[in-house]
Design a protein around this ligand. Structure first.
Ligand code: FMN
Length: 155
């Protein structure tokens, strides 16, 4: 399994529906990247009981894309307190026809712990949670790719 970080959320221009069919190059690149991956892991904080505007902006650029609908998505929530943003994300992702994989979506308690990546990776409980969620995500994707597409019915 290979995991790539998408680092350009903050570089995306604000969503403009007039450009949705002919978007800026950075949006084209994001959509192409989404098209190439088997699944998307979203780890998004909660701001003022909602999805941070910058992240919702990124999702808005993907609403009219061909690449996003049907894509397997797992939510990695880092704060047990942040339930509102997770609920809002679920609603938005459902509206965008994502395939939300619940068995791969977890809440890891990192609230106020100030742990770095290295500490998170060796913490036995957190490590177990993350590894089993990644395995569930991979298993779900592998299983899905084995299911043949429904054939059109002859009438
Ligand atoms: C502007 C702002 C608003 C926030 N609003 C909420 C909130 O409504 N609910 C919540 O659980 N956490 C809220 N937080 C906390 C963040 O979700 C997050 O836990 C905190 O920024 C720590 O993240 P970090 O470890 O990446 O810095 C807010 C943080 C900021 C900066």
């Amino acid at each position: 399994m290979s995991i790539q970080h998408y680092l350009d959320v903050g570089q995306l221009p604000h969503f403009d529906p007039d450009l949705a069919d002919n978007p800026p190059a950075i949006v084209v690149a994001l959509r192409e990247r989404i098209g190439r991956v088997d699944g998307i892991l979203i780890s998004c904080p909660e701001y003022a009981r909602g999805i941070p505007g910058s992240f919702k902006n990124a999702l808005d650029w993907l609403v009219a894309s061909h690449e996003f609908p049907g894509k397997p998505v797992a939510l990695f929530n880092a704060s047990p307190r942040a339930s509102h943003a997770q609920a809002a994300l679920r609603l938005v992702l459902d509206t965008m026809s994502a395939n939300l994989v619940e068995s791969a979506s977890i809440t890891v308690n990192l609230l106020a712990k100030e742990m770095g990546e290295a500490e998170i990776a060796v913490d036995p409980q957190i490590r177990r949670q993350i590894v089993s969620a990644l395995e569930a995500f991979k298993g779900w994707i592998d299983e899905k790719s084995r299911v043949p597409e429904k054939q059109p019915v002859d009438v």
